[in-house]
Design a binder for this molecule. Structure first.
Ligand SMILES: NC(=O)c1ccc[n+]([C@@H]2O[C@H](COP(=O)([O-])OP(=O)(O)OC[C@H]3O[C@@H](n4cnc5c(N)ncnc54)[C@H](O)[C@@H]3O)[C@@H](O)[C@H]2O)c1
Length: 335
């Protein structure tokens, strides 16, 4: 199968490309490098060759996507490219709406024009907003997403939903919870600098790459710190492979799957694990106010992905942390 990967220079796009190439997929990749890097694409090109992996610098908002898709005939699209820093989306919502919604809209229109029927869309648990029940399944209402970023993803889902209703394309929405870890060999990790992910930040702090102090907002959980569901990036990548086989191979219908582990860890528990692994402790403080849009607890119900995609996470949190440690030790400044 030949697949277009958008946002391939980013954390999840590069890790998923790596796994797909190891499993004999052919990949055409694009990125505008606003947040991602050319280096992982160079790494993949060198390792797998230009017959299996080609990439171009293209911006989804302004690039000539029709020409690109005409040139590279693909069977399906994995659409990772987006801005995804929740905090930044509160500061500049317009940037998030323009990039994420217009980018998706232009990509979908071009896919339809070029007769590409299958798209796997990177969505997020942020579309659920405050959880009305735990664990969160795919039928949980999407009333008010937890941030402008979450809202941009919800609108993208609606756009793709309409195209699917009109039989113009088929989608799989993968709603990720908190993604962590690196490739199992530690070769491809997360270069976000500064990172806005707790585990990544804590490990960078423990290795002395940058200063890390934990400041968390008080919430209503047993230890008072937010509880999240941390899923390994390679488990997540494998779910994309299964979603492609489901859409293209098995001719599955449009569908939605949560990707998490079904297990929640509080921020304080994560800090304890990182401390045990690295021997480094951090200053911890509590801010007076709850952060905007910060939910107490987000844990996925992954029954549907297990049943329909035959997917289950098989990395522990410890394994995710170990792979990230290898990555950060070999790439302290990222790519
Ligand atoms: N990391 C997480 O925990 C998480 C959780 C839920 C959902 N997601 C979603 O997964 C996807 C990938 O996330 P990530 O952590 O790899 O982020 P990332 O920032 O590392 O990667 C995103 C990539 O998209 C590229 N990009 C952005 N706008 C573009 C545009 N207009 N044209 C071309 N390229 C563009 C960036 O340069 C970057 O390389 C995103 O859609 C994100 O919303 C991530």
């Amino acid at each position: 199968m030949k697949v277009l990967v958008t946002g391939a220079g980013g954390y999840i796009g590069s890790n998923t490309s790596y796994l797909l190439l190891q499993n004999n997929f052919e990949i055409v990749a694009l990125d505008n490098f606003s947040k991602g890097y050319r280096e992982p694409l160079g790494f993949l090109e060198k390792k797998f060759g230009k017959k299996k992996f080609v990439w171009e610098e293209i911006d989804l908002v302004s690039g000539n996507l029709d020409l690109f898709l005409k040139k590279h005939k693909v069977d399906a699209i994995l659409h990772f490219a987006a801005l995804c820093n929740v905090g930044e989306s509160w500061e500049d919502p317009t940037k998030y709406f323009s990039n994420n919604i217009i980018g998706l809209q232009r990509l979908a229109a071009s896919a339809i024009k070029n007769n590409i029927k299958n798209i796997v869309f990177s969505s997020t648990c942020a579309v659920y907003g405050d959880a009305q029940y735990i664990p969160i399944d795919e039928n949980h209402p999407l009333v008010i997403p937890s941030s402008p970023y979450g809202a941009s993803k919800k609108i993208c889902e609606e756009i793709l939903g309409w195209y699917s209703k009109m039989d113009l394309l088929k989608y799989v929405f993968l709603r990720y919870f908190n993604v962590t870890g690196a490739s199992d060999d530690g070769q491809i990790g997360d270069s976000k600098n500064p990172s806005f992910h707790l585990i990544q930040n804590a490990l960078r702090g423990a290795l002395g790459i940058e200063k890390f102090e934990l400041n968390y907002a008080p919430v209503n959980t047993p230890d008072g710190s937010p509880i999240r569901d941390y899923v390994n990036v390679i488990d997540l990548a494998r779910a994309h492979m299964l979603a492609l086989n489901y859409l293209v191979g098995k001719k599955g219908e449009s569908n939605i799957f949560n990707l998490g582990t079904g297990i929640g860890n509080s921020v304080l528990e994560i800090i304890k694990i990182v401390k045990e692994k690295t021997g480094v402790d951090f200053p911890v403080s509590m801010s007076a106010n709850r952060r905007k849009g910060e939910a107490d607890k987000m844990i996925a119900d992954i029954t549907k992905a297990k049943k329909v995609l035959d997917w289950k996470p098989n990395h522990t949190l410890e394994q995710s942390i170990d792979s990230l440690l290898i990555w950060y030790k070999s790439h302290p400044q990222g790519w």
